[in-house]
Ligand binder design. Sequence first.
Ligand SMILES: Cc1cc2nc3c(=O)[nH]c(=O)nc-3n(C[C@H](O)[C@H](O)[C@H](O)COP(=O)(O)OP(=O)(O)OC[C@H]3O[C@@H](n4cnc5c(N)ncnc54)[C@H](O)[C@@H]3O)c2cc1C
Length: 414
Amino acid sequence: MKVDVAVIGGGPAGLSSAHAIRRANPDVTVAVFERSDIRPRGASFGVLPNGIRALEAIDPALLVSLQRHHTSPEKARRFDAAGTLVFSTDEGGLSGMSQAVKPQLNLAWHSLQRELAQALPQGVLHTQHRFLGYREAADGVQVELATPQGVRQVSAQLLVGCDGGQSLVRNALLDDGPPNYLGVAIWRAVRPVPADWPIDHGWVSYGALGTSSILTSTLGNGTLAWQAFVPWPADQLGVIGGGRRAYIQEGEEGQGNQAAGDAGPQRLARVLACFDAFPDAVKQLIAGTDPAAITEHGQFARDAEQCQTYAKGRVALVGDAAHMMTPTLAQGCSQALEDALELGRAIGCLGPTPAALAEYEQIRLPMASPVQAASVQLFSDILKGKAKFTSELETNRREGFLDRLHAPLRPAAA
Ligand SMILES: Cc1cc2nc3c(=O)[nH]c(=O)nc-3n(C[C@H](O)[C@H](O)[C@H](O)COP(=O)(O)OP(=O)(O)OC[C@H]3O[C@@H](n4cnc5c(N)ncnc54)[C@H](O)[C@@H]3O)c2cc1C
């Protein structure tokens, strides 16, 4: 197979990059290679105003299709681990980030992935294609992929690594080691809203980050997303999938049906055990989740000093592969969408060339790098008890990100 641009990873970064490149220059051929199938996984996240603008600039129709899945949280309640109410919007409106960072899309991760995937023409996205490695020559890149039918070779002008925080493309390009484990395990899932859930529409959390905590958000169609964060020792990381195997999912890494079938129930049992002392509402919420819907992994991030290369020669890194951050500041997806827009614009102007990748890096590095640094710092301060999760707004203000969240997009080159 021969294409102009081979994109590795069909998450938010990879799929939006494919759209951005194709819109910027329909003559440039793009293929996206994703190791998994497109199926429900993950929980929910916010696309913030900067991400929304980037998405709209990539393709206004994508924004319209995603808006159909957006639900606007109207209420919030925070309980401590014992179930005592510590904050409620019953006393007033939504506070902090929710007010300052508007508009935003509150979406299931899977809705975003599915909509971006379905909007690509047939033949662009190749699932069950796992990146193995590449060789770069003066005139192109040779990419090797594992498929159920055997190893497949692809020739491309450019290789774009959108394969997430544990990126193998990054590893092959920079060989700068794995990201840092931050000492926290995360479980995520979407399930139907329980009948007696504390509020009908919005956010509910129990506990606080730094100890065991669970954050939930109602989505459309009577579903609810939950994300559980639990301190988890580094020497037990292997139990939840280890370093390179983030986002372990049913059947993905299992050796045969037996191993794959056991993985979900074991994952469910592990997360449930961590919330043993929590109120019944939390235990029932977790226990009533389809085990196959639960993702499990450690929280990793990179130091800002490690993330000073987004492109080299014919290879670029986009999204978490370039600048893996943490859930604090909620910018992971939005920065990936901004990356995709600028990568598309650069390839649109300069063609599928190393010069386009250099241009992409020059534009995006100064923008994404401070956000990544602040996100990692805040997460680490929260874990050490030096800051609260509610310090997000303060950090956004201090770093000048609020202005940037609402600033117009960089104009495209003529
Ligand atoms: C399954 C999943 C669920 C998630 N759920 C949430 C969530 O609920 N809330 C949240 O805030 N963030 C979630 N994230 C993380 C979030 O998507 C990212 O932090 C951010 O949006 C940046 O996206 P990305 O595309 O750079 O990376 P990712 O979203 O991590 O996407 C990387 C993609 O590359 C694929 N990939 C990895 N290695 C290879 C390989 N060797 N060959 C081919 N493909 C490969 C992965 O399967 C994945 O689809 C999730 C990520 C994944 C993969």
